[in-house]
Design a binder for this molecule. Structure first.
Ligand code: PGA
Length: 244
């Protein structure tokens, strides 16, 4: 039976043949954003999903990229979230520096972290607001660390992590116990971004993505809130269908 629920036309879905092609496409969009507006304000995720994007962007941030060179000198980057009470080497702060910032000409004063900044939302607003935010989706439908049940009107806040999130991220902790708490941009923070790209890789994310896009908005699936945004691109490396 075909579902009668339609994905809102504001959500554009594009499927790529591989993770590499998906990552190149996302990197291309970020590069185009910075080229069009050198002082762009970006919201950036961590996790496995954006690794390919950051690898591509790192290549584009070297002088050898010549006419494709991405100049981060005026950009401002806001991390989506971070753990609380975590060894620095496991922090998202360290992740972003290692995977992307150190490969670019972004200066330390242009990158911001919710765990190290008071009044994150005010700072985002002061910089002119998020132009483009990249997101991944958790197996439980979270975006950033907005776990199921999070208030849709939430701004940056501290939260308890779902047990499923802690288990999903366990491998990164090299045998140490994953933290229980985090600080995250809220759903309202994310939805305030002018453009959003949701990157989704791997068939294991298919069910939760289709739930987020093909069913009515629900706080049980935080990513479904993206249906309420006017400019969302969902880029995947698997086919998305709303047939149930
Ligand atoms: P992943 O995490 O990219 O490691 O799958 C995504 C998320 O939890 O938001």
């Amino acid at each position: 039976m075909e579902t009668t629920f339609k994905i809102p036309p504001s959500i554009k879905i594009e499927t790529f043949p591989s993770y590499e092609a998906l990552s190149q496409a996302v990197a291309g969009r970020v590069a185009a954003q910075i080229k069009a507006k050198p002082d762009s304000v970006l919201g950036l995720p961590t996790g496995n999903t954006p690794l390919g994007t950051y690898k591509e962007l790192s290549l584009l941030s070297k002088p050898e990229a010549k006419e494709n060179f991405v100049d981060w000198s005026k950009a401002r980057c806001f991390a989506l979230d971070d753990y609380i009470d975590v060894d620095e080497r496991f922090s998202f702060h360290a992740f972003l520096v290692d995977k992307i910032y150190r490969h670019t000409n972004l200066s330390g004063s242009q990158s911001f972290y919710p765990g190290l900044t008071d009044d994150y939302d005010h700072l985002i607003e002061e910089t002119g607001g998020l132009d483009l935010t990249l997101l991944g989706i958790g197996n439980n439908g979270h975006i950033a660390f907005n776990e199921p049940g999070t208030c849709p009107a939430s701004w940056t806040h501290c939260t308890w992590l779902d047990e499923s999130t802690r288990q999903a991220n366990k491998a990164a902790f090299e045998g140490n116990t994953p933290p229980t708490r985090a600080v995250t941009m809220g759903l309202a923070t994310i939805l305030s971004s002018r453009k959003i790209i949701l990157i989704v890789s791997g068939e294991k994310k298919k069910t939760i993505l289709e739930k987020a896009l093909c069913q009515p908005v629900s706080r049980d699936v935080p990513a479904s809130l993206l249906q309420m945004h006017q400019r969302v691109e969902v880029l995947t490396d698997f086919a998305v269908s709303c047939a149930v």
